[in-house]
Design a protein around this ligand. Structure first.
Ligand code: HEM
Length: 181
């Protein structure tokens, strides 16, 4: 069966037009130090499943425990276990690794953007998401800086596309209260 590409993945820095092909092989040579461009996919350049899981664990640990992300935390279910797993599986496929999320979790080609349509996402919660993710990616030891920057840039584009409220409900209520006071 042909894969349904439901979102644009992240290319490998220094490899123009690389489209995160599944099952691509490592193209590095042992004689030269590996850079992100030495690998066929961002998934391989990152270091595979273990690094993606570490990024997602760090991301949801921040969301759970850092008060700067309180509004984003409040949008989620009390048990973050299922979404930790789901986001790790999604990012794995998005980075050119195994596409289990697309095949098994969301057979038929669900779009991650559409999954967020029913949520009220304003610039503040979107900002919290990308801030936490930027810290989670940047905090990985030995991550290639250009790959990290490119991942953040592409994720930020997705996050901006998910914003479906101009201002937060709290801010709107505050403004209304101030205008009648
Ligand atoms: C714009 C800011 C975002 C907000 C406020 C947000 C919020 C949420 C919430 C509240 C859930 C449901 C979690 C639960 O039930 O506990 C969720 C699920 C999920 N989000 Fe986001 N999200 C955002 C951006 C993103 C981005 C950019 C991605 C992808 C890179 C993403 C990937 C996912 C995935 C894969 C799930 C699980 C969906 C499933 O398999 O059911 N989210 N998100």
């Amino acid at each position: 069966m042909t894969d349904v590409i439901v979102t644009h993945g992240v290319p490998v820095p220094g490899r123009p037009g690389s489209a995160s092909p599944p099952n691509a092989r490592i193209a590095s040579t042992p004689s030269r130090p590996a850079t992100a461009a030495s690998f066929a996919t961002p998934y391989q350049a990152l270091g595979g499943a273990a690094v993606i899981e570490a990024i997602i664990d760090r991301f949801y640990d921040l969301v759970e425990h850092d008060p700067s992300f309180a509004e984003l935390r409040a949008m989620h279910a009390s048990d973050l276990g299922p979404v930790r797993r789901s986001l790790a599986r999604f990012l794995t496929g998005w980075c050119g690794g195994p596409r289990d999320w697309f095949r098994e979790d969301r057979p038929g080609g669900s779009c991650v953007m559409s999954l967020h349509r029913s949520l009220a996402i304003d610039p503040a919660t979107a900002g919290q998401w990308i801030d936490a993710m930027t810290r989670a990616i940047g905090g990985q030891p030995d991550i290639d800086e250009s790959l990290a920057a490119l991942m953040v840039e592409r994720l930020d584009m997705m996050v901006r596309g998910m914003i479906n409220r101009a201002v937060s409900v709290d801010a709107a209520a505050r403004e209304q209260a101030e205008s009648v006071a």
